[in-house]
Design a protein around this ligand. Structure first.
Ligand code: THG
Length: 367
């Protein structure tokens, strides 16, 4: 395998020293920043994530900060999810759409105050779209990328580890809510959220100087819990149906095609830039949709391009993410298939690079 050359354009994170000391074996690039993909092996990392607790450098989940009287108005312009019921202290998973209803990003919105939000973005340069929208509409809001780096603590022992470092109060934080907790005299926003279904938290670390002290404190406090550095795990996230922007969907897809209709209230999301387009296309309903697919045969190779999905020799979709699941004893995959072939139980041919394999559409994901 060729290497990726490092330079300052490919940003390190406040936790990179810790990640390297923990023996990271692979990285990807996400928002122009390093994101670890494997420590011991994908399978070992998967087992450990489900059994213990891991600390993840997800600093690449960059924040777009909105600050000012028009922050809430701008936020609603970006998403078809109705934000009127959202209070400070809550986080929402929000599809972000352009004027055609195409997905630009699928971030977590963090409402810090009526006039202050963070948009914790997936891998696309959303900052430019948000800045241009604020400028074009002459909104009274500042838009920038603050020095904030999320650190995730994920796994069944996350509560115990977090309580040791931040106190028992952290146990009371509810799902997709946050509280502010002290670490060495610094305020930290801590939400119960994260890119796994094993439970856990995300710490929004403000100021790169406090990154390694926090990393080291978590590692020290969790020794007897078998804490280890980890990262978003390909197998676990496919089982959990957590989508990856740029892989499973692009700006060619509507939120409905992505199965994110449950995070849209297009009718009542007044002001959303993509509202008219989404109302128009939602009349007919999506013609293709994301679904879970089980793929037969031995462990699939890495999925670094879309694999064609066919039925009776006709193309009906694609597979965008796939991995061998030890727990389900099959290959698990995320695909996008035409509505004529998306019912559970439908048999498909998946053109993986090593061989054509049988695929079966699943009722839901594997969790
Ligand atoms: N956390 C934070 N920022 C992020 C991610 C994250 N930015 C990048 C990326 N991940 C954005 N994508 C997702 C995808 C799924 C979820 C969060 C961010 C997620 N979904 C749950 C689900 O679909 O079941 C819960 C959604 C809900 O119920 O509201 O958590 O992980 N900070």
């Amino acid at each position: 395998m060729p290497m990726i050359s490092l330079s300052r354009r490919l940003r390190r994170t406040p936790f990179s020293d810790g990640v390297e000391a923990a023996g990271v074996k692979g990285y990807t690039v996400y928002n122009h920043m390093l994101l670890p993909t494997v420590f011991r092996s994908i399978e070992e990392d998967y087992r450990h994530l489900k059994d213990a607790v891991q600390v993840w450098d997800v600093a690449c989940e960059r924040q777009v900060e909105l600050r000012g009287p028009d922050a809430g108005r701008l936020m609603q312009m970006l998403t078809p999810r109705d934000l009127r019921g959202m209070t400070a202290g809550q986080c929402y998973y929000v599809p972000i759409v352009d004027e055609t209803g195409g997905m630009l990003n699928d971030p977590v919105a963090v409402k810090l105050a009526e006039d202050r939000w963070w948009i914790s973005i997936a891998d696309s340069d959303l900052l430019y779209w948000v800045k241009a929208t604020a400028h074009g509409w002459r909104l009274d809001v500042l838009v920038d990328e603050p020095d904030v780096s999320p650190l995730a603590v994920q796994g069944p022992k996350a509560d115990e580890l977090m309580a040791r470092v931040f106190g028992d109060g952290v146990r009371d934080v509810r799902f997709f809510r946050f509280g502010v907790f002290d670490f060495q005299g610094r305020d930290m926003v801590i939400a119960r959220s994260g890119y796994s279904k094993q439970g856990g938290f995300e710490i929004y670390v403000e100021g790169e100087d406090i990154g390694m002290p926090l990393w080291n404190a978590l590692m020290e406090a969790g020794k007897d819990l078998d804490v280890h550095a980890g990262c978003p795990n390909l197998i676990e996230r496919i089982e959990s149906g957590l989508l990856s922007y740029g892989n499973d969907m692009t700006d060619d897809n509507t939120p409905h095609e992505c199965g994110l209709g449950r995070f849209c209230n297009t009718q009542s999301a007044i002001g959303c830039i993509g509202r008219d387009a989404l109302l128009r296309v939602s009349k007919e309903g999506p013609v293709q949709q994301i679904c879970a697919i089980a793929i037969d045969g031995p462990k699939v190779p890495g999925c670094d391009r879309w694999w064609p999905v066919t039925a009776n020799g006709k193309r009906v979709g694609r597979v965008s993410s796939a991995a061998w699941s030890p727990d389900f004893n099959t290959n698990v995959a995320i695909g996008m298939v035409r509505m004529t072939h998306w019912d559970a139980g439908t048999e498909l041919q998946v053109e993986a690079p090593d061989q054509v394999r049988r695929g079966v559409v699943q009722e839901g994901f594997w969790n």
